[in-house]
Design a protein around this ligand. Structure first.
Ligand SMILES: *Cc1c(COP(=O)(O)O)cnc(C)c1O
Length: 388
């Protein structure tokens, strides 16, 4: 029998991190002590009170059955309370909140609810690869809005051709941003709301990093902007805030019809997140938030070591106010791929080439602050030793 992949699968580039894993393995096989700053996966453990909540909930057989498709009422209510506390945004837990099996799941599925084959969606470049892939899986086409240094890595909405703006059904945004670590101010979100309103575009804001911030900076929610809850939804995740990437728990909040559309797709694909994990999620959202402060303190120290070191090496980088990513301009004479290969093969350092996040990421590499301070100092020393 002949096994042939669908066009939708065959036409995808290899998943970025899969390719990096392969290269990393090759170098490791040579006996090199590899330092991995590639994938944005926290190295810190989930706080203990959250693990204890899971342990208890896992023992209760009531939690072993199929959960509700849209999430437990208690979890959705905890999300609504958290939004009120954290952003002063009011949400109706029943209509404006949906539980996700990690936010990647919801991000990948939302285009299926609102994109018809041939439709367009506005997607930033560089970006989290799931945005364009999700659009393509739904038969749609991504129109890339370049995030440029001269615009502080915000998309220039005025640069979107009028016809494209009129045609686009949906738009992805993400601030604090992966991979550029840029942040958005309220003014920008206001412009997004009026752009979306006048062009009838559903805004999907990915807010995975609002809790990972430094120097006292508090990122805002898209829903804080006036009128935002009329035009869009926001995706959130417990993955980065509470070091829970492996647990798979996230949520989306915002305009009821959009949440309902996402739920309509999901109820035909999955059967919700394990209840014991949702109960642990409630413990995370409602419990002591000192763990978040401690985490940020750690990342801030790491950021200072890596950014100061990289600047000392003569590379160009801006000290991020949020996220655990450092977005570094590659030195003269290198492409993103060439610099990535140089760091990996000569220095045993894994970074992510900026162009892997979209063509406008060319000229950059991304480093993730997912190793300890001593290892970061070693990164600087290794780059100093191999040169560029
Ligand atoms: C890590 C990350 C997420 C979170 O994904 P989960 O599926 O919730 O683990 C979402 N968006 C971006 C941009 C991320 O970097």
């Amino acid at each position: 029998m002949n096994i042939k992949k669908s066009n939708r699968l065959a036409s995808l580039p290899p998943y970025l991190f899969k390719e990096i894993d392969r290269q990393k393995e090759e170098v490791r096989q040579r006996g090199v002590d590899v330092i991995d700053l590639g994938v944005g996966d926290p190295d810190l453990p989930t706080p203990i009170h959250i693990i204890e909540a899971l342990n208890q909930a896992a023992l209760n057989h009531q939690n072993h059955r199929y959960p509700s498709y849209s999430g437990m009422d208690e979890f959705n209510q905890a999300v609504a309370r958290w939004y009120k506390r954290r952003f002063n945004v009011n949400l109706d837990a029943e209509k404006e909140v949906i539980t996700l099996i990690g936010s990647k799941e919801g991000i990948a599925h939302i285009p299926l609810a609102f994109i018809n084959p041939g439709d367009w969606a506005l997607v930033p470049s560089p970006c989290y690869p799931v945005y364009p892939t999700g659009v393509q899986f739904a038969g749609g086409n991504p129109y890339f809005m370049d995030l440029l240094k001269e615009n502080d890595f915000l998309p220039d909405l005025d640069a979107v051709p009028v016809e494209m703006a009129k045609n686009a059904k949906l738009m992805f945004l993400n601030y604090p941003n992966n991979p550029t670590s840029a942040i958005a101010k309220r003014e920008f979100f206001k412009n997004v709301v009026s752009f979306a309103k006048s062009n009838n575009i559903i805004v999907c804001h990915d807010a995975a990093y609002t809790e990972m911030a430094f120097d006292g900076y508090q990122p805002i929610s898209f829903l804080e902007a006036e009128g935002a809850s009329g035009v869009g939804i926001e995706f959130h995740s417990l993955s980065k805030t509470y070091n829970m990437t492996g647990w798979r728990l996230g949520f989306a909040v915002g305009r009821p019809e959009i949440i309902e559309g996402l739920g309509g797709i999901k109820s035909n694909i999955d059967s919700g997140a394990f209840q014991a994990i949702q109960i642990a999620g409630i413990a995370a959202l409602e419990g002591d938030q000192t763990c978040v402060q401690n985490m940020n303190k750690k990342y801030q120290e790491r950021r200072n070591i890596l950014v100061d070191g990289v600047i000392d090496l003569g590379l160009s980088v801006k000290k991020p106010k949020a996220t655990f990513y450092i977005w570094i301009e590659v030195p003269d004479g290198y492409t993103s791929a060439a610099f990535t290969t140089h760091l990996l093969t000569k220095g045993g350092i894994v970074v992510t080439p900026g162009n892997g996040f979209g063509s406008a990421g060319e000229g950059y590499v991304r480093m993730a602050l997912t190793v300890g301070k001593e290892r970061l100092k070693e990164v600087i020393e290794r780059i100093r030793a191999i040169g560029f």
